[in-house]
Ligand binder design. Sequence first.
Ligand SMILES: [Zn+2]
Length: 254
Amino acid sequence: MPTKKITTPVKKAVAKKATPAKKASQKADAGIPLSVVIRKRIQAQKARFHANDNISAFIKPGELEGLVDEVAEKMQAVLESLVIDTDSDHNTKNTSRRVAKMYVQEVFNGRYTEQPTLTKFPNISHLNELMIIGPITVRSACSHHLCPIMGRVWIGVLPNKQSALIGLSKYSRLTEWVMCRPQIQEEAVVELADMLERKIKPIGVAIVMDADHFCMQWRGVKDRDSKMVNSVMRGAFLKDPNLRREFLSLLEKR
Ligand SMILES: [Zn+2]
């Protein structure tokens, strides 16, 4: 990543717009970039901070604003290195800030915000029938190029008679939270399956994801029709071919 080597531009312009939270963190850490402060906290706990990890536990209230400021500053340097005249080109004048906000507050927001809270319902009627949720719209980006990944996810759950059930909308919220990070499709579905297993403790979980990868359509092979489909089968879905067949056949009808 070339951005790491770029020297930080003059602080003046940013200081003017600083929010109170930013000012406080600047004072406390005398010129140390906020990302370095956060990174140190993560390293002190020996936690991982890959692109698809959630690091919300290491971010204090108000610091996301400061991160937007820092990313905007570095994004501006990228635009300058791309030899784009952001002073006279009105289209790109605020692009660095727009991109920074888009990354931190929108498309990669699943890295910085806490897991959505889940309302759990006791399984009163002791359901243990196959449930299928989907298609859930997926918007993500590949970790390799930060190009969009747009697709759909189906989740199959075979609850245990004792499993706590989560509200249907929560499957979408959890999926969105995992996908709003730079991801690799194969890892994203595994992460989602792990999380659902932990939360619901079902007899089986199955996930199918079908997506367009813009890094194959916009760049690279420029194959407009290439899609990637992959699946994870856990528990009963792995052991019972009939259940697996039932799940997959129901998807085809959608
Ligand atoms: Zn890619």
